[in-house]
Design a binder for this molecule. Structure first.
Ligand code: IPM
Ligand code: MN
Length: 384
């Protein structure tokens, strides 16, 4: 029997515990059904509550503790408390969300994958009927770029204050994220062919390809990293003659995501530009309630990857059982598929969960349902 796979469950703040609760319910069902060799431990940190009690969002040895797991399943972080409470325990965003970035960096989770596929039953925000064909995977560089957090404030609080915020782009991280994008394009193409839902993308010389990678930069203004990305893209693309290539400036990409999102397949973007584009992509595929995300380290099996939906802690609806757990459940399915790299039984369980969530979505299009109701419906489907 395969070695036990261990998950660190970190529900976090706001709606995090509610949606994670449904993910655990589904994991339990699948574990029993398929005798999965899967275990999990739940952690009260990182969280706002832990900060309130201990003066920090997580213990000093948090990363060392988490490193012992195969994956981290994270709900959401951030809890501003009731707006009308003058005494609320308020942390600045950069403090309450810091653990996210510490985990991404500490475990070198250099890929952030955010699929945006408009599945049947999900809310279609775009009026154009072709929106039904939206099926893209945005791959966000997750280890450096605009998120290196280097810089500072000089003469703070004075009229002569200067703030600097450095961006760092290395050739190594550039190459690996671009190559990852091409590999995903190929894998997605193979999957589509298997499922008889082929697509067609054209290279500049008119050749038709089954898949495409679109590189996003702002190279007309941010030329140094923009040029390096473009050169790396050009070079690496030669190893993938079966994949069409394309480039968009990030501002034009925003426009085209709204105008013709069905024309995109795999999209590779920098940390910040990918962050912004994936909020937009989430809405194109039905909203934050259905948008999964994961932070992966595909190169070092000793490092846990982290699975968290694109959404935040939604404090306005937290604690009321209103949050849609769909994004969390799709994210959990992706985690099982990730384990499937070593254990095919896990991959099959991941696919089963994805299919159950997708079927639930399709059958209940537009219905007003609570967190628990959706989680239970998916579990019932899994047990059937
Ligand atoms: C996300 C979030 C985070 C990010 C914030 C909370 C730091 O917006 O996961 O997309 O910018 O990466
Ligand atoms: Mn974001």
């Amino acid at each position: 029997m395969a070695q036990t796979t261990r998950i660190a469950v970190t529900p976090g703040d706001g709606i995090g515990p509610e949606v994670v609760g449904e993910a655990i319910r589904c994991l339990e069902t699948l574990r029993t059904k398929h005798n999965l060799n899967l275990e999990w431990d739940q952690f009260p940190w990182p969280s706002h509550a832990w900060h309130k009690e201990h003066g920090e969002s997580m213990p000093d040895d948090a990363l060392a503790q988490l490193k012992a797991y195969d994956a981290i399943l994270l709900g959401a972080l951030g809890d501003p408390g009731p707006l009308d409470d003058p005494d609320r325990y308020l942390l600045t965003d950069s403090v309450s969300l810091a653990p996210l970035l510490e985990m991404r960096k500490g475990f070198d989770q250099w890929v952030c994958e955010r699929p945006a596929r408009l599945l049947p039953g999900a809310r279609q925000y775009l009026a154009d009927e072709r929106a039904k064909d939206i099926d893209m995977l945005v791959i966000r560089e997750n280890s450096e770029g605009e998120y290196v957090s280097q810089g500072g404030r000089l003469r703070k609080g004075t009229e002569d204050e200067v703030a600097t915020q450095m961006e760092v782009f290395t050739r190594k991280a550039t190459n690996r994220i671009i190559r990852y994008g091409f590999e995903q394009a190929r894998a997605r193409a193979a999957e589509r062919v298997k499922e008889s839902r082929t697509r067609s993308f054209h290279t500049l010389d008119g050749t038709a390809c089954e898949s495409q990678v679109c590189l996003i930069t702002k190279r007309n203004a941010l030329r140094y990293w923009g040029d390096m990305y473009s050169e790396a893209f050009e070079e690496i693309s030669k190893e993938y003659p079966d994949v069409a290539t394309h480039h968009e400036l990030v501002d034009a990409a925003c426009m085209k995501f709204v105008q013709s999102p069905w024309a995109f397949d795999v999209v590779v973007a920098s940390n910040l530009q990918g962050d912004i584009l994936t909020d937009l992509a989430a809405v194109l595929s039905g909203g934050m309630g259905v948008a999964p995300s994961c932070n992966l380290n595909p190169t070092d099996p000793g490092m846990p990857s982290m699975f968290e939906p694109t959404h935040g802690s939604a404090p306005d609806i937290a604690g009321q059982g209103l949050a849609d757990p769909t994004a969390m459940l799709f994210t959990t399915a992706r985690m099982l598929e990730w384990f499937g790299r070593k254990d095919p039984v896990m991959a099959a369980a991941g696919k089963e969960l994805f299919d159950a969530v997708a079927a639930d979505l399709a059958e209940n299009a537009g219905a007003q349902r609570g967190t628990r109701e959706i989680g239970e419906a998916v579990c019932q489907r899994l047990s059937a």
